[in-house]
Design a protein. Sequence first.
Length: 267
Amino acid sequence: MSSKSTQNISFKKNCCILAILIITGFSHAQTKDYGQFWNEIQFNRTINAKWSAELDVAASYSSTESSSNIFQENIQRSFRGWGHYYLSPRWKLSTFIAYFNNKDVPEIGQFESPEWRYALQGIYYFHKTGYTLSTRMRMELRHLKNEDDDYENVLRYRQQIKYIKPINSKVLRSGVVYGIVSDELYFKSGTKVTGESFFDRNRLSLGGGYLFTDDIQVELTYVNEFLPRNSGNQVVNAASLTVTFNNLFKTLNKKLLHKNEDASNDD
């Protein structure tokens, strides 16, 4: 066999190997995209000048690989109780305990995975005239069930930076519209249920909010999440709606008491 023929065969083999590597790499780099809708209701209650409590109720919906409807599956419901301590005008320290009913979450693997979650959190505020910049540090312990019905503990650290800009005022108060931009990085310990990668995800949020009163506000944001996974990367594009009530029951009690007093005076 001539040298030229040998070179041609070698060249063809190399091309075949290169093509296989490209196809294999492409298949591993395939990204799964999901559209989701997240909604949360928050109830905050002031206890005194230093302490407050909070209760969050949330639900999430998602598209699937066979349907682009963002309400196709109810993937998660959760309840979360917070305690907040205001160390100084710049520092807010918090802790929570939460229960997540993970029914069909793409991140985990789309199997039922009940979860208890505990966290310690600190927020540092850079108060400026006309806007607020903050950075949030959170350490979470996730105790959740894997596919083998065994519970695993996952440590996860989250670091966020957030910018809030009032649009029609210099401060946040009743009747003010404001814009929100935030980005958050997640890092976790490796487990079977959430994957072995140290970098968990990046979450970018853009949106705005409105304060109907000093005690009622609504936020609507677009959220983009990138989740690197061994089985294939995931990208989530979500619409997030959050409604917050501050001292709701205390305010209602005051109004009812005021009405009763007015009725008594009229009598």
